[in-house]
Design a protein around this ligand. Structure first.
Ligand SMILES: NC(=O)C1=CN([C@@H]2O[C@H](COP(=O)(O)OP(=O)(O)OC[C@H]3O[C@@H](n4cnc5c(N)ncnc54)[C@H](O)[C@@H]3O)[C@@H](O)[C@H]2O)C=CC1
Ligand SMILES: O=C(O)C(=O)Cc1ccc(O)cc1
Length: 305
């Protein structure tokens, strides 16, 4: 599909893309950029790339596809670096967890003859770095593309086809809508996980050993999410501020209602909510990932309804 793909950032997502593209034979040549010599050496040892560069511009030179796969806070500076060397007709895409900011930070640095097609594979783990990647990561998972209004259809189709050939299902939506949906499905859940693990570790009565010892409960699932990369998640919250604050406001209101229900012994309120949420989980599992991101929020009938 592409003669030379440049992966800027060779962590979990960059390395998974390299492996998935190699497996499906989608790129003539894969090159990467990583600032640290250790990452460049690891990427070459694992055969993720044919060549690794310290500078993003060196990797992007001559590429017909450039993928930004660093934490999103670095996108603006990288776009400024590569803007001058990009080939006419090249496609620039990204895998960032927030999409409005790509149009804000990346688009202004790109020449008019280069196509920008922002993307977000809604697939990942709490692990990071070049050794964390695996070719199957995107299989049967959604990849959301948020092309600007004036994007060329052929470039959007090509990026969509790339993701399909890596095993993903593709959905296209406006960047602002993406950021609102992902705020409640991904960003706020991560914030809750970071917060609850922080709160538990702060409690004077809960010693470190007790947190570890009794973490077989719900807390353990939160610790997995709370182990996610600090730089990446700092950047997500700094760059999806409005949507996260909007969803957090609603979350706090609903939490306060639950607090009241517990205080006043309103068992029915608790039971009804828990029945409803159980039905949501079951519908997601039954759908086997088939639930479209855009459908999130549509109320599912509770058991027996
Ligand atoms: N981790 C996840 O589960 C998912 C992450 N994403 C998005 O993918 C992007 C990458 O995330 P991961 O692969 O998980 O991160 P990672 O931490 O595994 O890898 C990021 C890589 O970028 C490098 N890097 C950082 N700043 C750089 C710079 N200025 N120039 C060149 N390289 C630089 C780091 O050294 C690292 O090798 C992020 O924007 C994130 O929002 C999207 C979907 C899932
Ligand atoms: O590990 C998990 O459960 C995740 O939620 C992975 C993830 C993290 C960030 C994204 O933008 C998409 C997926």
């Amino acid at each position: 599909m592409f003669a030379r793909v440049a992966l800027i950032g060779m962590g979990l997502i960059g390395s998974s893309m390299a492996l998935a593209m190699r497996r499906a034979g989608l790129a003539g040549e894969i090159v990467g950029a990583a600032r640290s010599a250790a990452t460049r050496d690891t990427a070459l040892r694992l055969r993720l790339a044919d060549a690794m560069f310290a500078e993003a511009a060196e990797a992007a030179r001559g590429a017909d596809l450039v993928v930004l796969a660093t934490p999103i806070g670095a996108f603006g500076a990288i776009a400024a670096e590569i803007g001058e060397v990009l080939e006419a007709g090249a496609i620039v895409t990204d895998v960032g967890s927030v999409k409005g900011m790509v149009l804000r930070d990346v688009a202004p640095h790109l020449p008019l003859n280069v196509h920008l097609v922002p993307g977000h594979p809604v697939a990942g783990t709490e692990h990071s770095g070049p050794e964390a990647g695996f070719a199957e990561l995107f299989e049967n998972r959604w990849c959301i593309l948020t092309p600007p209004d004036d994007a060329e259809a052929a470039a959007v189709d090509k990026v969509a086809e790339l993701w399909r050939r890596m095993g993903a299902k593709v959905e296209i939506m406006p960047a602002q809508h993406h950021d609102l949906v992902l705020a409640i499905t991904s960003h706020v859940p991560h914030l809750i996980a970071y917060n609850i693990v922080g709160t538990a570790s702060d409690l004077e009565t809960v010693t470190q050993s007790e947190v570890i010892k009794f973490s077989a409960g719900g807390f353990r699932d939160f610790t997995r999410i709370a182990a996610s990369d600090p730089t990446m998640w700092r950047d997500v919250f700094l760059n999806n501020k409005e949507a996260v604050l909007e969803m957090l406001g609603r979350f706090v209101e609903d939490l306060t209602a639950l607090q009241r229900a517990i205080r006043w012994g309103e068992g029915e309120t608790l039971f009804d909510l828990f029945t409803h949420t159980r039905a949501i989980r079951r519908s997601i599992v039954e759908a086997g990932q088939e639930t479209a991101v855009a459908d999130f929020g549509r109320r599912q009938p509770a058991q027996g309804e």
